[in-house]
Design a protein around this ligand. Structure first.
Ligand SMILES: Cc1cc2nc3c(=O)[nH]c(=O)nc-3n(C[C@H](O)[C@H](O)[C@H](O)COP(=O)(O)OP(=O)(O)OC[C@H]3O[C@@H](n4cnc5c(N)ncnc54)[C@H](O)[C@@H]3O)c2cc1C
Length: 259
């Protein structure tokens, strides 16, 4: 884990309210794994005290890429940063996704900006010879920004709530069609989506390894403040250091506070 002051290389709005940022940090790039995240200081007075967690969206030998939605003070501040400015970044943090060596076919399910860490996972998985299918859901076509940029070997299917691209409805409705071909399933999206999968598909996915990446409010990112504590079958866990990736069946969904 590093705490660095990293130069911003690019920071562009790729779709309304969605930004793609590249920062320079060869050290973080070398040690990062899919599913890990960084904590970024978003400097606005008191906002500075609480870093914001952002997933590692991609790496290259010189640094990291992020894909983020500007939803509040911190991420809006981030969206206004320019190339050449510096960012205070802590990471890579947390435990990421685990691909079993015996798995050949991986199914990835992304809800909205939850696609950010799954692209990193998908790219690493195809590099190591796995077959990857990505189901990507968004409210409307405009938010499906990343799909055309994926390497050809990643198959994908889109779902939009307004039906403007692909399947009309929630991306999770595609699970029954695709789950049987998958040796492992990886899901990232808003908590209500994850909870809906856990509660509605528990029986159908009983024999599958399903890993979910939890987007919960975090404080420190280091396991000191207990702001992100959740209940699991193995007792209380902190999403920041024990996760953000958990086996879906380990999480105690009915106790999970929904925002
Ligand atoms: C491990 C992890 C990885 C993440 N990766 C990404 C990513 O790659 N791209 C991305 O766009 N976002 C990601 N998020 C969510 C991101 O951290 C929040 O959107 C951000 O902290 C909001 O800060 P803010 O100051 O802009 O908004 P705030 O003013 O703090 O909040 C604005 C809105 O966002 C909601 N929110 C705040 N914090 C979170 C949170 N941690 N998770 C979900 N909703 C939140 C609030 O409830 C509120 O509705 C990730 C979260 C976690 C825990």
């Amino acid at each position: 884990m590093h705490q660095i002051i990293a130069p911003i290389i690019t920071n562009n709005e790729v779709r309304p309210g969605i930004y793609h940022m590249r920062i320079e940090s060869a050290g973080m790039a070398a040690s990062a794994r899919p599913g890990q995240y960084v904590m970024i200081t978003c400097d606005r007075g008191l906002e500075r005290l609480l870093r914001r967690p952002i997933s590692i969206h991609r790496t290259w030998e010189g640094g990291l890429e992020f894909l983020y939605a500007a939803v509040g003070n911190g991420t809006q501040w981030l969206s206004q940063r320019k190339a050449g400015e510096n960012l205070d970044v802590l990471g890579p943090l947390g435990k990421g996704f685990v691909i079993n060596s015996s798995s050949k076919n991986l199914l990835l399910v992304a809800g909205g900006i939850g696609i950010a860490p799954l692209v990193y996972l998908a790219e690493k998985a195809v590099e190591s010879g796995k077959n990857v299918t990505l189901l990507a859901g968004a409210r409307t076509t405009n938010q499906l920004c990343i799909l055309p940029m994926l390497p050809e070997r990643i198959k994908y299917k889109a779902a939009t709530e307004d039906g403007s691209t692909g399947y009309k409805g929630m991306v999770t409705a595609l699970l029954p069609e695709f789950k049987d071909l998958a040796d492992q399933i990886f899901i990232c999206g808003p908590l209500p989506m994850l909870k809906a999968v856990a509660l509605n598909y528990a029986e159908q996915l009983r024999d599958k390894s399903v890993q979910v990446s939890l987007e919960v409010r975090m404080g420190c990112g280091l396991g000191f403040c207990y702001a992100c504590t959740i209940k699991t079958r193995q007792g209380l866990k902190q999403v920041c250091k024990d996760g953000p990736v958990f086996e879906m069946s380990d999480v105690s969904w009915s106790d999970f506070g929904m925002k």
